[in-house]
Design a protein. Sequence first.
Length: 257
Amino acid sequence: MRVVLAWSRMIILVLVIFLFLMAYLLTTVFLGQDIRRAFRFRKAGVRVMGWVLGYQIRAFGKFDQIQPAIYISNHRCFSDPVIALHYYHFFPIGKAEIEKYPLIGLAAEKTGILFVQREDRTSRNSVKEGMRQKLRQGFNIFLCPEATTSVLQLTKDFKKGAFEVAVEEKVPVVPLAILYHKPELDFWIPGDSLLTHFIKQFGKWRTRVDIWFPDHAFRGNDPATLLQDCKGWIDSKLSAIPVPQWVIDRSVDTLKV
């Protein structure tokens, strides 16, 4: 039953992405390309996708969008930016492999994304410059500073790049804490393929998610301090839902290998 439900959702998801992408591209024929219009189409599409995938999102607090700003969150699975897109418009930082995904890569490119090859220093520097340009144009950026998914109770070490850009450009950082109620099914467990992870997470009827918003944006003149302040705030929320020890152990076992 889980496999059937997950595959059904995957097929419908592809159709939803296709329809919203075609609708946006059709408007560009008459109105030209407009990233803000693309953002609106993407947000509408994301909300439909959330319904198809069975997200049951509960919000704690409220933070009205400010821009330009850098939005960040902890990283559990590929759903994290999708959850954040329910609330904000931004250019997400995504791994370069996404660009190669059929349809999804095209949709990401047309609706605003900065691709990065994490192992390539030149690519990382290029993305930092891209972030600066988008921020100067008044747009928001979203990224997960852990740079990879984590199954630990608290966040892994954060990469400092985004915080350096925030200080240099004098823009605030807005941390979001995203908590999934079924870590053993919702987390991207080390060793699982993308397909296995998708079936686990969306083979159940509901994916319950909590999202915590801060009561203020974080600012600072020192990247290291700003990083620790944001990391500490996110970590303070993550203990609300315990992660099973066997899930944490999977991460430890992977590191040993």
